[in-house]
Design a protein around this ligand. Sequence first.
Ligand code: SF4
Length: 128
Amino acid sequence: MANEQLPGFIMCVCTGKCPGFQKMDIWDFINQVRVELPVEYAFIHPQLCEVDGDRFLADYLKAHRKVIIGACAPNMQKKMFQQAFQDAGLSLEKDAIMIDIRDMTTEEAYQKVEKALENLKEREKKEA
Ligand code: SF4
């Protein structure tokens, strides 16, 4: 994959009913990320760990675009999404950064995504 390709950002909002996302304005958050940060695009998925989420991820990963996923605990995400990355011939360690953005304000979550993007860039520099 070309290094200059920007990553995608997926926010999983846990059906929209999870109290973990009540401190932030999810629409302000996703709009700030997609407009202000160096991502190819950013969007919200309602429940990435459900069966339709699996189907979506399988399609998304076919493009071999790096991805930052903002959702629940990274360890949980890794367990849930490992197979999808493997099936797509990708590596969780190289091609993705999972971050926990629950119980954060809009600004805190935004800063966490910003930091994850910097980390991804650093990683790419080391790999180059
Ligand atoms: S991936 Fe995490 S945040 Fe998304 S629906 Fe599943 S448990 Fe909730």
